[in-house]
Design a protein around this ligand. Sequence first.
Ligand code: 2IP
Ligand code: CA
Ligand code: CA
Length: 378
Amino acid sequence: MADLLRLLLQVAEKAANVARVCRQEATLFQLLVQEKTGDDKNKKFVQDFKTLADVVIQEMIRHDVGAQFPEMLDFIQGEESNKFENGLGESVTVTVCSTEEQTAALLATVLDGNHAAASLLARTIHQNPATIDTSTDGLTVPLSPSELGIWIDPIDATSQYIEGREEVLEDSHLCPSGLHCALVLIGVYLRSTGKPVMGVINQPFNYRDPAGRGWRGKHFWGVSCGEVNICSLNQSKFGSEKGRGLSVVLSSSEKQVVKDTLTSLCGPEKVMFASGAGYKILCVIQGLADVYVLSEGSTFKWDSCAPHALLRALGGGVVDLTKSLQSSSVAQDQTELTYHQPDTECKGADRWANHGGLVAYRDCSQLQTIMKALKGKL
Ligand code: 2IP
Ligand code: CA
Ligand code: CA
């Protein structure tokens, strides 16, 4: 299934192009924001925004993956629904059509007849992205499409994407907020066990092109199944950092008791804060933080699936915090998050929430240290 990986990298790059186009066109961007309603409301934000960019990206990924792997079509899910309401209160179902012109015509109905904006979007959707260096040659993945499902978060950290603050990223430094926290996340899991096996992360706003041609992105990928454990980031750079003291990344809205406990464990300078659930897990993947702890059920399957696969490829993982605290004796593998089963007691998006909170880690012994410190505190 190396061809699936290559396809996901390609379509994630196209997604990043859509995200960039939407930000670069100021008038287009104004048109794009719309408030969420009903069951799909993310309880975390008073005002959560659903952008057309999100919907378009998710549908484009579904379309492109479904075209090459029809067996997967019914198992491609994401954060968004493809129903969109335009300024006239009409409901439009957003789909990717077979030609650019048809897609543009459909999008124009969502964009209240703004044909210029619709054409721009349609062109990006139907354009092949620049070939990206995937270095996946020779990779064989022992999986077949009929055993796989996909979770898409078309844009994670939407609030940062909408706010659009530009920060200059420094190597080996975590940057708490800004456009670079916005990520395209595509995760692949096994339908039978729910284990994440492949992940692609695209960071559309990684740096500004020095030649003035706008934003450039960066991509990351990983595969973890059976004997195959491979990640686009190599592990070697983590080794030398051992012994420098444990560091954690948290949401700024994390519970005070968690902040306090981890501050006494790690020291104040080793407790960092950042936006975006995906970005925080990416910080752990990149070695910018050792562990990400979240005590609330405020993330969803589409937030964690892709980065979870990369962490597994690196020998780490993402566990359910509540389950892990309850069961120190249970094999740790049994507390890893899974992606195949909804919580049938909940409705809407909540069916797919990571209710028990989570801990993302690269190193099992660091996970143990964190769990020991949090035991009895929550
Ligand atoms: C959000 C986003 C938020 C995160 C929240 C996610 O996804 O990643 O930043 O909160 O958990 O569900 P926090 O930044 O406090 O960790 P989206 O932006 O896709 O709604
Ligand atoms: Ca998200
Ligand atoms: Ca999102």
